[in-house]
Design a protein around this ligand. Structure first.
Ligand SMILES: [Zn+2]
Length: 182
């Protein structure tokens, strides 16, 4: 099939039109994430904690250079946006150190594993084993007990499923390290 010069121009305009439309749809439907500075500016009372400066009961909470925002009004124990972690200090108050560390490292995990909750859970377990704050079965049980109470939502499986998955991951990792079988 041969196109006349005029037809070629019309075709070109149509192609450009479709491409721009596609680009616009992709742009406007992408999820919007505030930068840490936008977050601090928009949430009154939110506090910026530089990377490597956040401490949990004496443990240095370190997320490979990611800063933390302390936000008392955040609607969960913690959250993550690309590039930073959000912790609600009020919600975390009174929780066992192991659980607070688990919460922090679960959110840190999202920085590297994306939105997958099970992967973020396992990331936290590995961090705990490596840094030594999660080595005892009783600590794993504490985390399980905490997570079990959380109902499922759009992104998270129910707590009992997460508890089971984390425990078997923990058992697999600890038995490999110690040669012990669970
Ligand atoms: Zn999560």
């Amino acid at each position: 099939m041969k196109f006349s010069a005029k037809q070629k121009i019309i075709l070109l305009i149509l192609v450009i039109g479709f491409l721009s439309l596609f680009a616009a749809i992709t742009y406007f439907t992408r999820p919007y994430y505030p930068t840490i500075h936008e977050y601090i500016l928009s949430e009154r009372g939110a506090i910026y904690v530089p990377p490597e400066k956040y401490k949990i009961n004496g443990y240095k909470a370190s997320c490979k250079g990611r800063p933390t925002v302390l936000d008392k009004k955040f609607d969960s124990w913690g959250g993550a946006y690309p590039g930073y972690i959000i912790i609600n200090p009020i919600a975390n108050k009174g929780l066992a150190t192991t659980i607070r560390l688990y919460i922090y490292y679960h959110e840190c995990g999202h920085q590297f594993t994306g939105i997958n909750e099970m992967k973020a859970d396992n990331f936290a377990i590995l961090q705990g084993l490596d840094s030594g704050w999660l080595t005892k079965d009783s600590d794993m049980q504490k985390i399980c007990h905490f997570v079990s109470k959380i109902p499922a939502d759009a992104l998270h499986k129910d707590g009992k499923t997460r508890c089971k998955a984390m425990t078997s991951f923990f058992n697999k990792k600890t038995s490999r390290r110690t040669g012990k079988h669970h």
